[in-house]
Design a binder for this molecule. Structure first.
Ligand code: AMP
Length: 305
């Protein structure tokens, strides 16, 4: 592929070219960089769904060149997690990525990303990575260290002007924003709303693990969050969490956590005040570990109707 063609010619419509090496990626991006074009990056682990595609479309609308990365990052999976069975379909991903507007897909093998003796990590410390999914009893801070290390590497490799993430992984987005601020990465982070199935289930590659009966039960997560928001506005945040717990219990779902936290600092909050509150839930439903969340604004923050 002649990289100049990529910048000058229409975007690929059949399948986005998959670049396997860092050298290929750098060569493909060089002309765009030389011309000062705006580069957008959408990091993914593949098995694309509408959530991913919404990020690619936003990147297409906001940038001149759109790069999607497709990499199931082993360092963010703990022992006993689903690294080995994580769903994959690269051919379909390359087609969907191109249709949504990706110019390039960086899909390296693990050996291209991590040297066997790699000994450097990027870690956001403190409460952002030690609560919710970062609680050592759950995925733990190591999960986020894996995420921030690979995202920092992708930022260094791609040099994006804008990087796109989903609100579905709210804690991840908060952690990445903190990393970017603390380490002065010259990139703007955009976080886009959670895309849901018609019945409310947040789209996730891991939904593929759900058997039909569990797929039905899984709708309780979004119902629980909707109840939390409703009751938080009508009564109190505590009443909202109670209502959410009842919705989960009715579907025989025992959450790993269901918590209300400041949307930026992730400090616990007891009441709605003048800052957005994140109500986040994680639960095992059948063979899948699912997460979801809702951002609740206080009455003062909501636009008047
Ligand atoms: P993943 O492939 O699961 O690592 O996700 C890649 C990116 O897509 C992350 O920024 C996710 O937050 C985002 N994402 C995943 N699911 C959704 C969804 N349902 N709606 C919006 N963004 C999503």
């Amino acid at each position: 592929m002649n990289p100049d063609l990529l910048v000058d010619n229409p975007r690929p419509t059949v399948a986005a070219p998959a670049l396997r090496t860092k050298a290929e990626l750098r060569a493909a991006l060089e002309p765009a960089r030389r011309r000062g074009l705006a580069i957008g990056l959408v990091p993914t682990m593949g098995y694309l769904h509408e959530g991913h595609l919404s990020l690619i479309r936003a990147a297409r609308a906001g940038c001149d060149l759109v790069v999607m990365s497709l990499f199931v990052n082993p360092t963010q999976f703990g022992l006993g997690e689903d690294l080995d069975r994580y769903p994959r379909d690269e051919e379909r991903d390359l087609r969907l990525a191109a249709e949504a507007g990706a110019d390039l897909v960086f899909a390296p093998p693990v050996s291209e990303v991590y040297a066997p003796d790699a000994s450097t990590a990027v870690e956001v410390t403190g409460p952002l990575t030690s609560v919710l999914d970062g609680d050592p009893a759950r995925r733990g801070p190591e999960h986020f260290r894996g995420v921030t290390t690979v995202v920092a590497k992708l930022f260094n490799l791609v040099g994006p002007d804008v990087a796109y993430f989903g609100q579905k992984d709210a804690q991840q987005a908060v952690v990445i924003r903190r990393m970017v601020r603390d380490l002065d990465f010259p990139v703007r982070i955009e976080v886009l709303p959670t895309v849901r199935e018609d019945d409310g289930l947040a789209m996730s590659s891991r939904n593929a693990y759900l058997e039909p009966a569990d797929r039905e039960r899984a709708t309780a997560l979004s119902r629980a969050l909707a109840a939390a928001e409703r009751e938080a506005h009508n009564g109190s945040l505590a009443a909202g969490l109670d209502a959410a717990r009842r919705e989960l219990a009715a579907a025989a779902i025992e959450p790993e956590y269901l918590e209300a936290r400041d949307a930026e600092t992730l400090e616990p909050v007891a009441e709605l005040a003048d800052r957005p509150v994140l109500v986040a839930v994680a639960a095992r439903v059948g063979a899948a570990r699912l997460i979801d969340n809702v951002l609740i604004q206080s009455a003062a923050q909501r636009p008047h109707t």
